[in-house]
Design a protein around this ligand. Sequence first.
Ligand SMILES: [Zn+2]
Length: 124
Amino acid sequence: MRLTVEQKWQATLRWLRRNFPLPSPVDVRSIEMKDHGEASYDSGRKLFSIRINKKKSLSSRIDTVIHEWAHALSWFGSESEIEDHSSEFGIVWAKIYRNWLEWDYGRAKKKIFIPLRNQTEFDF
Ligand SMILES: [Zn+2]
């Protein structure tokens, strides 16, 4: 199945929420902005906010949302207090990015089991 740009974007957001849940709710919005994106945390409302530049290409927006998601996920790391791109950020970023590449919108890269022709049911 061929996915549209919007479907790939929405699938990536769902995948992030499901596989890398944040310690607080997150509000993700695509807006017009100067930078590629930003992440912030409202400690009063206990709410993460991620803003993505909607004028950028899909691959750029995905790179950015993974980057900003890694900021949110490492927000309370000890080194994150003093350094924006802390070691915790780097590890989390790499973990998300590697998994995202493997995921490939749910399309398996390798077929582990190749069914026989017309075989639709499996015992495993
Ligand atoms: Zn950053």
